[in-house]
Design a binder for this molecule. Structure first.
Ligand code: NAP
Length: 265
């Protein structure tokens, strides 16, 4: 098998479902060794059994919002594989609530998982990725480029991701670390079902947009293609969403008008 990923070791967070799971399965198919990090142990077990080469999946149960767990997990993975070539932070949570009604704890949770975990992962892995000319990848969102209603904390956390990635890309310009940001539009996963409502409970509804979103397999392939070709940014999205992004650059006021008229959920 000749593959860019053959025998390379990647740590993937958010591996138990959605985009993270698809990334693990595709990386394994391409001959990589993958540390699969998520909280739900039973889903990590299922993932291992679904993988083409189960022995190449290292299950790493844990919570990315807990720095001490993250430290132990990265050390455990490093011991098992001896070198780490890349990290993809796909763990994430969203929200569906008006800012004026949302408990501050919801904002804290979103920032911890979506943003602070990414910062901690960078601090834990930077030295190693520099040594190995590795890849540091964040799954952000188009909501990291512009914001819509009901996502104030989510969009803020993803804007923070975007800025952090832009800054470390410049800082690691000469080090050889490849820093790539992924900004998907709607992807068909359970993200809206698990999104936080104003009081922190699960929103519990599959959004129409998400239902019609890209498949996780398509997104995983786009991300791996981006890694292989050393891309700065990848935008796995449908035309309508890319159009909104484009308008946000050139006429934010027009986008406000369009979003106010649209039935955003
Ligand atoms: N779906 C979309 O439309 C869409 C669009 C743009 C961007 N994104 C981004 O894509 C990424 C993946 O989301 P998805 O759509 O694949 O949703 P998903 O299926 O809900 O996956 C989220 C993953 O994050 C993990 N996770 C959440 N909190 C965690 C924590 N505290 N510690 C460890 N793992 C945690 C979950 O695992 P456990 O619950 O087992 O811990 C799960 O594996 C997210 O960053 C999301 O913001 C998604």
């Amino acid at each position: 098998m000749t593959s860019f990923f053959l025998e390379k070791s990647f740590l993937v967070t958010g591996a138990s479902s959605g985009i993270g799971k698809a990334l693990v399965l595709e990386l394994i198919r391409r001959g990589a060794i993958v540390g699969a990090l998520a909280r739900r142990k039973e889903l990590l077990k299922e993932l291992k059994s679904e993988a083409q080469f189960p022995d190449k999946v290292v299950s790493l149960p844990g919570d990315v919002s807990d720095f001490s767990q993250l430290k132990k997990i990265t050390e455990e993975f490093r011991k098992k594989v001896r070198r780490i070539d890349g990290m993809i932070h796909s763990a994430g949570i969203s929200m569906r609530a008006l800012a004026k009604e949302t408990d501050i704890k919801v904002y804290e949770s979103l920032m911890k998982v979506n943003f602070f975990a990414l910062v901690n992962l960078y601090k834990l892995l930077e030295f190693e990725l520099r040594q190995n000319q590795g890849h540091f990848v964040a799954v952000s969102s188009l909501q990291g480029r512009f914001a819509t209603q009901y996502r104030s904390g989510y969009a803020a956390s993803k804007h923070a991701v975007q800025a952090f990635m832009d800054s470390i890309r410049l800082e690691s310009f000469e080090s050889g670390i490849h820093v790539m940001t992924v900004s998907p539009g709607y992807v068909k996963t359970d993200i809206s079902v698990k999104a936080l409502a104003s009081d922190g409970s699960a929103y519990g509804i599959m959004d129409e947009g998400i239902k019609k979103g890209l498949s996780t397999d398509t997104v995983a392939v786009r991300i791996l293609k981006g890694i292989e070709s050393g891309k700065r940014d990848v935008y796995p999205s449908q035309l309508r969403e890319l159009f909104a992004f484009w308008i946000s650059r050139f006429s934010p006021t027009l986008l406000d008008k369009l979003l106010n008229r649209a039935r955003v959920t």
